[in-house]
Design a protein around this ligand. Structure first.
Ligand code: ATP
Length: 319
């Protein structure tokens, strides 16, 4: 049986191989991506048995999503094929070498039709950890209901982790804030960027609040473990009332997308392995660093035996 259950929408990712306006691209690379399945792949590579639930269309893109995840060892046996809607698309273009733009073609997609019926009875009770994101409740009423159903059906011993993952294209801040706050109050492990923290907290401390102050304020809402992510500046954590700093690796970042998912996977894998907070943050930061060195949202995620490679890279930099 899986140790981790996650649910959400995974889409096909079409990506221009070169730089410039998309209309001048003569071809597009085909891959897949979705915040929750990115985390599932990351966990699987780190040795954690993980199941992903989501809907895909009865189309070639849907077969690509399921086949790719299955090939990575993610348990997709609970995923649903929905003949009534297509698999959603993400289109990624690089306007400059540093500026990546993602456009979504997902309204009405199979993934957005996720419904509470898609959750096998008793499954959320058997796993050790349930991983949710703030994307799923924004997809549709039924997807929102599915997140709620997963939270209600999970057993008392199941740890709930939540990555806020606020997506401006899906819902405005005023609609998202109370929903995300409601999820924060019911999770055990929370991942947030500084902007997401301010969205949930209503920014009572003003723009001058430090990442740690944001972390403590989020922890006051319920979660015993809060990580505030700061991109290339690293991350801070508040765990059981104690503050921690994550290490930062110097890498050549080519694609920032997916760093947050990688970070969550690294953190959760160590949590499940019984590692202490510093070890959780170390693997999280290493996974995030690996993710940004590779194009694609999850392809660069490390296996356990690769984590040490990063220390070698850091050592090279120090020379
Ligand atoms: P995403 O783009 O996936 O939404 P995010 O905004 O959720 O990412 P970030 O804060 O960008 O999350 O990144 C998560 C973690 O990954 C950081 O806390 C850091 O540990 C690592 N990371 C991100 N960018 C870099 C970088 N340029 N160099 C080294 N590590 C990085």
């Amino acid at each position: 049986p899986p140790e981790v259950l996650t649910l959400g929408e995974t889409m096909v990712l079409l990506c221009a191989p070169g730089i410039g306006p998309l209309r001048h691209a003569r071809s597009l690379d085909v891959a897949i991506g979705g915040a929750e399945s990115n985390v599932a792949v990351g966990l699987t590579r780190l040795g954690v048995r993980t199941a992903w639930i989501g809907r895909v269309g009865d189309d070639e893109f849907g077969r690509l999503v399921r086949g790719t995840l299955a090939g990575e060892g993610v348990d997709v046996s609970y995923a649903v094929v929905d003949p009534a809607a297509p698999t959603g698309l993400m289109v990624k273009a690089r306007r400059t070498s540093a500026a990546t733009e993602v456009n979504y073609y997902r309204a009405g997609s199979a993934g957005s039709r996720l419904s509470p019926d898609d959750l096998p009875a008793g499954l959320a009770d058997k796993v050790r950890l349930l991983h949710l994101t703030g994307i799923t409740p924004a997809l549709s009423e039924s997807a929102y209901d599915t997140v709620e159903a997963a939270l209600v059906s999970r057993g008392g011993a199941v740890t709930v982790s939540l990555d806020l993952n606020y997506r401006q294209a899906l819902w405005p801040p005023a609609v998202a804030a109370p929903v995300l706050r409601g999820l924060v109050e019911r999770c055990d492990v929370l991942f947030a960027t500084e902007a997401e923290a301010r969205l949930v907290l209503g920014d009572p401390r003003g723009p001058g609040a430090s990442p740690l102050e944001l972390g403590y304020a989020l922890a006051a809402l319920g979660p015993s473990q809060v990580v505030v992510k700061r991109g290339a500046r690293g991350a801070v954590a508040v765990v059981d009332g104690v503050a921690y700093d994550a290490p930062v690796h110097q890498v050549d970042a080519v694609d920032p997308v997916g760093a947050g998912d990688a970070f969550a996977a690294g953190y959760l894998a160590e949590l499940l392995a019984g590692a202490d907070v510093l070890a959780r943050l170390a693997t999280a930061a290493a996974s995030g660093a690996f993710a940004v060195t590779v194009h694609g949202d999850w392809e660069g995620l490390p296996r356990r035996d690769e984590l040490a490679l990063l220390q070698l890279l850091d050592a090279d930099d120090a020379v």
